[in-house]
Structures are given as C-alpha cells and as structure tokens.
Ligand binder design. Structure first.
Ligand SMILES: Nc1ncnc2c1ncn2[C@@H]1O[C@H](COP(=O)(O)OP(=O)(O)O)[C@@H](O)[C@H]1O
Ligand SMILES: [Mg+2]
Ligand SMILES: [Zn+2]
Length: 139
C-alpha cells in the first residue's frame, strides 16, 4: 500500500522541521542536557508541526544512541519502531474523540503498565483542548 503523504513526509529529525527553530532548539537542548520535562503542551494552528515535534521528543527520549546530541538517531531499534508506528510505549490518543469516562479509564490502565523494553512511556494527546469531558458525557 502506498504511504499517505503525511506519513511519507513527516520530519524524522529536528533538522527537517521547518520554521520552528525556537521550538526545536529548546527541545534539542532539553534532550542534550538530559532535562526533558514531564509534559509539553504544543499549541498552534493545524499542520504546523505539533504532532511531528511530539513524536520527535518521544523518539529522542527513547533513542538508544549513546551520544545525546545525535538523538533521535533514526537507526537504533527504538527509533525504527517509532518511525514504523509499532513502539508499544508511545500511545497517541485523539482527545477530540476520546472524551468519555471509559476512555480515560482505559488510558489510566495503559499508563499503569510499566513501560516495555526499558523505555519511557509517552502519551501524546492530540486536540487536548477538548478536555475535560463535558458533564453530559459523564453519565
Ligand atoms: N514545521 C514543519 N516542517 C516540516 N513539515 C511540517 C511542519 N509542520 C507540518 N509539517 C508537515 O505537515 C504534516 C502535518 O503536521 P503535524 O505535525 O501533524 O501538524 P499538527 O500536529 O501541528 O497539526 C506533517 O506530516 C509534516 O509533513
Ligand atoms: Mg497534530
Ligand atoms: Zn535512535
């Protein structure tokens, strides 16, 4: 099956992210100094690289390359798994359509599992502006 354009062309390294140097430099430094925060909130218009940067952070933090400056290396087992979308500890949820109490319970269950493969668990939540659930959804 041919790859959809957004999968084919999504930047896989910091250098490929265009026009967001202030963001990528900050994130790069955090990785390099081993001072990555517990959470980041990316905000901005659609299609400007929020998901792309979130995946790059997840990749850099889980990358096995001993040289922190070269993370993500895109060559180690973890980087390849993330690129291929088969890295168990990177969970992406679409907050726009996962707003029920059961969805949140499900997420909590997933978070409670220790990460596989000696990696950090990453939750990337898209459209988090849709949180918290509306009262009508709580019943
Ligand atoms: N700053 C950027 N540099 C290079 N490509 C980008 C950039 N922002 C978006 N893209 C391209 O647009 C697509 C969608 O970007 P994405 O990160 O999903 O946007 P967002 O999450 O902000 O809506 C990506 O696959 C990528 O190819
Ligand atoms: Mg997005
Ligand atoms: Zn790597």
């Amino acid at each position: 099956m041919p790859k959809a354009l957004y999968r084919k062309w999504r930047p896989q390294s910091w250098d490929e992210v265009a026009g967001q140097e202030h963001i990528t430099q900050t994130l790069r430094n955090a990785v390099m100094l081993d001072r990555v925060a517990h959470a980041y909130l990316f905000s901005g218009p659609r299609g400007t690289g929020k998901t792309t940067c979130a995946r790059l952070v997840a990749k850099a933090v889980n990358c096995l390359n001993p040289d922190l400056e070269n993370r993500p290396c895109n060559e180690c087992e973890h980087c390849k798994a993330i690129t291929a979308g088969r890295f168990m500890d990177l969970i992406e949820i679409d907050a726009a359509s996962n707003t029920s109490v059961d969805d949140v319970r499900d997420l909590r269950d997933k978070i409670n599992f220790s990460p596989l493969r000696d990696a950090l668990k990453f939750i990337s939540s898209m459209k988090s502006t849709c949180y918290p659930p509306r009262p009508s959804m709580l019943s």
